[in-house]
Design a binder for this molecule. Structure first.
Ligand code: DX5
Ligand code: ZN
Length: 220
C-alpha cells in the first residue's frame, strides 16, 4: 500500500464531549472517512469513556465509518450492542482475550469488520494465528488509555513487519496505528507503509483541521 495516500481516522477521545456533534462535523468537513471511537472501561485501561449508546447517537448523525477500538475487558459482551448501534469496525485487544479467534468470528457474523490491536509490549508474532482472519491490525504506538501522549518510536517497525507479512502471505488486512501521530511523527509511519493513522489531539488541536489532515498525509 506504499503508493496509496495514508488515511486519517480522527479519534473523538480528543473531541469536546459536551459538543460531540461538532466534533463529528469537523471530521466530515476535513474529508476523513473514518471516526475512531475509543471505548474504555476503567478496567483494561484506567479511564472510562463511553459505550454503545454513544456509538448509536453518533450513528444517528453521520454516514462515516464508525471504527470502534475496544480497550475493555470481556469485549465479547459488547459485540451485539455495537452491531445493533450501527458500528462498522470492532477492534479488540489480543492481550485480554483468550478466545480471540472466536470473538473475531462473532464480530464478522454480525456483519462488521474485525480488528485486533496490540499494545507496545506485544510483538507482531503474537498475531500469527489470527492474521489470516482479520480485516484490521491496530498497532498501538502509545500505551493505551490516554490521548496526547508521545509516540513510542520503536513501535513503528511493527508496521513494516505487518506490511512485509501481508505481502509475503497475500493477506489483505488494513494496517492502522494509534497514538502520538502528529506533524512530527506522521512521516515515520507513512514511510513504514501505514494505511490508516488514528489522530486524536493532532486533529482536534489543529486550527485548520482539513489542512492538518493533508499535512499528516504528507500532501499538505
Ligand atoms: C489511546 C487511544 C488513541 C488516542 C490517540 O488509548 O487508543 O486512539 O485517542 O490520541 P492521540 O492521537 O492524541 O495520541
Ligand atoms: Zn484508539
Amino acid at each position: 500500500m506504499k503508493n496509496k495516500i495514508m488515511q486519517i481516522a480522527p479519534s473523538v477521545l480528543a473531541a469536546d464531549f459536551v459538543n460531540m456533534e461538532q466534533g463529528i462535523r469537523y471530521i466530515e468537513e476535513a474529508g476523513c472517512d473514518w471516526i475512531h471511537l475509543d471505548m474504555m472501561d476503567g478496567s483494561f485501561v484506567p479511564p472510562i469513556t463511553f459505550g454503545a449508546q454513544m456509538v448509536k447517537a453518533i450513528r444517528g448523525i453521520t454516514d462515516l465509518v464508525l471504527d470502534a477500538h475496544l480497550m475493555i475487558d470481556n469485549p465479547e459482551n459488547q459485540i451485539d450492542f455495537l452491531a445493533d448501534a450501527g458500528t462498522d469496525n470492532v477492534t479488540i485487544h489480543i492481550e485480554n482475550t483468550i478466545h480471540t479467534h472466536r470473538i473475531i468470528q462473532q464480530i464478522k457474523a454480525r456483519g462488521m469488520k474485525a480488528g485486533i490491536a496490540i499494545v507496545p509490549s506485544t510483538p507482531v508474532s503474537a498475531l500469527s494465528e489470527l492474521l489470516p482472519f482479520i480485516d484490521i491490525v491496530l498497532a498501538m504506538t502509545v500505551n493505551p488509555g490516554f490521548g496526547g501522549q508521545k509516540m513510542i518510536p520503536q513501535c513503528v517497525d511493527k508496521i513494516r513487519q505487518l506490511d512485509k507479512i501481508r505481502q509475503e502471505k497475500g493477506y489483505d488486512y488494513l494496517i492502522s496505528a494509534d497514538g502520538g501521530i502528529n506533524r512530527e511523527t506522521a512521516a515515520s509511519v507513512r514511510e513504514a507503509g501505514l494505511d490508516l493513522a488514528v489522530a486524536g489531539s493532532s486533529f482536534f488541536g489543529a486550527a485548520n483541521k482539513e489542512d492538518e489532515v493533508r499535512i499528516l498525509q504528507g500532501i499538505g
